[in-house]
Write a protein that binds this ligand. Structure first.
Ligand SMILES: Nc1ncnc2c1ncn2[C@@H]1O[C@H](COP(=O)(O)OP(=O)(O)OP(=O)(O)O)[C@@H](O)[C@H]1O
Length: 285
């Protein structure tokens, strides 16, 4: 579990990117931060691995205040995947994936073997191992980025708009892959996006942010869809969701998700949990 307690981040130029932010991020689930540009998503994410340190407040991982953990070691124990994959252009795919294990002293042959296995995990053909990043498509590069993020077998995987720059079909494949990975590997995934559809699709817990990292609403997709906290949230989830705008309708046999054209898009099974397992079956995926 990751817990933010009254966290504020003021950058040296006086910008208060995040103000009095408190949140619990459950383990082994996917939490998605969604909000407009500049609302503080990246700042919040980077405070988890101490790429950014808070000005005040504290962050705990499994009860330990990370302010007391040496930043480089912490960073190397948490997976981080960014937009445009952030791969080193002059290193082969396999060496990119093995970067952090090698830094941590894993033997080269062992690191390479692990990297090849991670290529299988993220659905990349091992034939790409000796290519350079520029010789891969954008979607393949993102898979390499995810493999690199997983290379130290972290409990926590931070993902900052990892699929923002790929076309919609590839993006959809990558989203499917991430859902499978998260479920199979039981990672705690913290994911940042602008896209509310992506947030609802991936998130067990979705956090809708406003400027300054103010939480407009936090909940499961079903909770937010059923009860938007205010006009801001209602507009945000409506305006951003275009043709697929979904709402919940009660029927004699249970709750169903209905799209803007009145077509059922899925069912909701059982009571809506406060947080926890995905409760749509055949709904948003
Ligand atoms: N190093 C920095 N120095 C000063 N201000 C910064 C710095 N990094 C971010 N900011 C400011 O902090 C605020 C939050 O930025 P942040 O990158 O966290 O937002 P974001 O929601 O991730 O935005 P985007 O979606 O555009 O990536 C913005 O006003 C931004 O300009």
């Amino acid at each position: 579990m990751i817990e933010f307690r009254s966290v504020t981040k003021e950058y040296p130029d006086g910008t208060r990117a995040v103000e009095d932010f408190s949140l619990v991020i459950p383990s082994m689930k996917t939490t998605v931060f969604v909000g407009s540009s500049g609302c503080g998503k990246t700042t919040i994410l980077r405070m988890i691995n101490r790429m950014v340190d808070p000005t005040s407040g504290s962050i705990q991982i499994d009860g330990a205040d990370i302010g007391g953990i040496e930043p480089v070691g912490l960073r190397r124990s948490i997976g981080y995947v960014m937009q445009n994959s952030g791969l080193l252009p002059h290193r082969k795919v396999v060496d990119n994936i093995a970067t952090v294990p090698l830094l941590k002293g894993v033997k080269k042959a062992e690191a390479r073997q692990q990297a090849l296995e991670l290529m299988d995990t993220v659905g990349l053909d091992r034939a790409f191992a000796d290519r350079y990043p520029s010789q891969l498509s954008g979607g393949q590069q993102q898979r390499v980025g995810v493999a690199r993020g997983l290379a130290v077998n972290p409990n926590i995987l931070l993902m900052d708009e990892p699929f923002g720059a790929v076309d919609p079909l590839v993006r959809s494949d990558l989203q499917e892959e991430l859902i499978r990975l998260q479920r199979d590997l039981e990672k705690t995934v913290v994911f940042v996006t602008h896209d509310i559809d992506e947030a609802f699709y991936l998130g067990h817990q979705v956090v809708i942010l406003q400027k300054g990292g103010h939480i407009a609403q936090v909940g499961t997709p079903a909770e937010i869809l059923a009860n938007p906290a205010d006009d801001f949230v209602a507009t945000f989830i409506g305006a951003n969701r275009g043709k697929r705008a979904l709402h919940i309708e009660e029927t004699p046999t249970g709750s169903i998700l209905v799209d803007d054209d009145g077509r059922p898009a899925g069912t909701l099974t059982g009571p809506v949990p406060v947080s926890g397992s995905r409760d749509t079956s055949g709904g948003q995926r």
